[in-house]
Design a protein around this ligand. Structure first.
Ligand code: C6P
Length: 410
């Protein structure tokens, strides 16, 4: 990225090699960023540079390459700490992604704590990753999963949330930005209300960190989780942020190499944070690529990215609302990054196929949020999701391709 004083989307696009390719003879219009965004050259170069120059296993060797790889790996942890403003680096645990981070908290924090009749409070707009791990731990312990309802507009019913915070609630787990509706939840208010009753909160930030500046200390989140691949970084890597006190009190999630200080057949002494939770050889290249992605995002600035994407969202909402027979699912007052929609005349899967023929990539389906689909009585939606490199012209292409699709089915 050239160092641009103003938001320069052309310069940003030039950093993403894949954006210049064609699909079915049309310029690629990539609007499936909520599923996974693309990577800039800086991330690709960081990963290639590691393999071509410094690669070895981390934390295990005194030789030069292991030292270099370990330093790059730990530099990425420092970058993540700064990115979310954790108070110290050992509150940053590398995982495989959001899904693994939530499962880790469910099994390592919640499972030892929960008794029959205790409650875990989630919301109706959660991704399956923030439902199923809690169902599993409820089955294991006899705890009960409670679900805060959402309004027709796609907002949390905060009155109900406050009522449902009970003296049996042991944890609140809530999505920051919904992947199916785009709703930005009032997580600070949620955390404050839960803390007033002594209840810790996990925030699923998978769809938030690419779009919104997150400060875990300001939020006072107890756990905050996200994935690298939606943040312009590699797949197979993600983050669990946890408050030091909580992480220290939790038993390890998995056993193996690197998470120990000493092992004998009689007794094993666990490593300190964060290594206690990083058993086995980690995704070294993934972590280092994530560090490069964070550095890239930091240079452009999340404030500038958020302003650009907000403009795209407003423009796309206006354009799509003009299309007869199109209904937007999710019209919360605070939205980020995406628009879910259905067409009267066309099944969402056909929308996806027809838009693809015009080079437009959107996701169609239930978006791993089937309860959201049930709530709005639709089998699936089409979802256009935005990233820092999308343009207003691409929104026009999307709108034209939708109109064409309706005409073909009409
Ligand atoms: N949502 C989507 O197309 P993983 O797969 O672990 O990186 O992230 C899971 C996850 C958790 N929470 C939210 C809010 C998410 O959006 C996702 C991933 C993608 O919407 C793939 S299903």
């Amino acid at each position: 990225m050239s160092n641009v004083a103003q938001y320069d989307v052309v310069s940003i696009r030039n950093d993403f090699p894949i954006l210049s390719r064609e699909v079915h003879g049309r310029p690629l219009v990539y609007l499936d960023n909520a599923a996974s965004s693309q990577r800039p050259r800086q991330v690709i170069d960081a990963v290639r540079g590691l393999y071509e120059h410094s690669y070895s296993n981390v934390h295990r060797g005194v030789h030069q390459l292991s030292q270099e790889s370990s330093r790059l790996y730990e530099d990425a942890r420092v970058a993540v700490r700064g990115f979310i403003n954790a108070s110290c680096v050992h509150e940053v645990v590398f995982t495989r992604g959001t899904t693994e981070s939530i499962n880790l908290v469910a099994q390592s924090y919640a499972r030892p704590l929960l008794k029959a009749g205790d409650e875990i409070l989630i919301t109706h707009m959660e991704h399956h990753s923030n439902i199923v791990p809690w169902q599993m731990v409820c089955q294991q312990t006899g705890a009960v999963l409670k679900v805060v309802p959402i309004s027709d507009a796609g907002e949390l019913e905060m009155g109900r949330f406050n009522e449902m915070l009970s003296d049996r609630t042991r944890l609140v787990s809530v999505v920051h930005v919904s992947n199916a509706l785009g709703t930005v939840n009032p997580v600070k208010t949620i955390i404050d209300a839960a803390h007033a009753k002594g209840i810790p909160v996990l925030v699923d930030g998978a769809q938030a960190v690419p779009h919104i500046g997150v400060d875990v200390q300001e939020l006072n989140a107890d756990f905050y989780v996200f994935s690298g691949h939606k943040l312009y970084g590699p797949t197979g890597v993600g983050v669990l942020y946890g408050k030091e006190k909580l992480l220290n009190a939790m038993p390890p999630y998995q056993g193996g190499g690197d998470m120990i200080l000493s092992v004998s057949f009689e007794k094993t002494e666990y490593n300190t944070l964060p290594y206690k939770f990083e058993a086995g050889t980690p995704n070294i290249a993934g972590v280092i690529g994530l560090g490069a992605a964070i550095e890239y995002v930091r240079k452009i600035g999340l404030g500038a990215i958020a302003a650009h994407e907000h403009g795209l969202l407003e423009y796309a909402t206006k354009q799509l609302k003009q299309i007869e027979g199109l209904r937007i699912i999710g019209e919360a007052g605070q939205k980020a990054g995406l628009i879910s929609f259905v067409l009267d005349a066309v099944h969402p899967h056909d929308i996806g196929t027809f838009l693809d023929a015009d080079g437009v990539a959107v996701r169609t389906g239930h978006h791993c949020a089937q309860p959201v689909m049930d709530r709005y009585g639709v089998p699936a939606t089409a979802r256009a999701s935005f990233a820092m490199y999308n343009t207003f012209k691409e929104i026009d292409v999307l709108a034209e391709a939708i109109v064409k699709t309706i005409e073909m089915f009409g």
